[in-house]
Ligand binder design. Structure first.
Ligand code: HEC
Length: 126
């Protein structure tokens, strides 16, 4: 059980390292951190596994307008209204831009460990 947890933690570590090394400027970094909150419900990079609304790769303007509408509609219709109120308009704009350029590829961590496995197999053959 403990071993499993450590394995999982190191996988997450790998994924984080990969993401960090791919962020080029501090703005992109901030957006990624803000948007990571969204991915807890909407799936990694906005691509959900279940039947949650997919937001990854959507048009940035319509994402932004949707979020602004949820933020300012006055009454609370759903969980998203509360979430949208937690960010400034500028943050919502940055989040919308960030999410709009995400693609639904598999998780970087998994990709990397698969590659490691292939390398190990190759070494055995040599
Ligand atoms: C606690 C879970 C949760 C989090 C966190 C969350 N959402 Fe949502 N989101 C939902 C649910 C549930 C819906 C469906 C509409 C509703 O019930 O309000 C939704 C709907 C949406 C929609 C409308 C989608 C559509 O096709 O109409 C957008 C856009 C959206 N969320 C963006 C975001 C963004 C951006 C964030 C981060 C700032 C975020 N969500 C964080 C749960 C969440």
């Amino acid at each position: 059980m403990q071993k499993k947890i450590y394995r999982r933690l190191s996988q997450i570590g790998l994924a984080l390292t990969f993401t960090l090394s791919n962020a080029h400027d501090s703005n992109a970094d901030d957006s990624r951190i803000w948007a990571s909150q969204c991915f807890q419900c909407h799936g990694t990079n906005g691509y959900p596994v279940g039947d949650m609304d997919e937001i990854g790769g959507k048009d940035p303007n319509s994402l932004y307008e949707g979020l602004i509408e949820m933020k300012y509609r006055g009454k609370t219709e759903g969980i998203m209204d509360l979430h949208a109120r937690g960010y400034s308009d500028e943050q919502l704009r940055a989040i919308a831009e960030y999410i709009s350029v995400q693609s639904g590829s598999e998780q970087p961590g998994e990709e990397e460990s698969q590659e490691e496995e292939r390398e190990e197999e190759q070494e055995k053959k040599d």
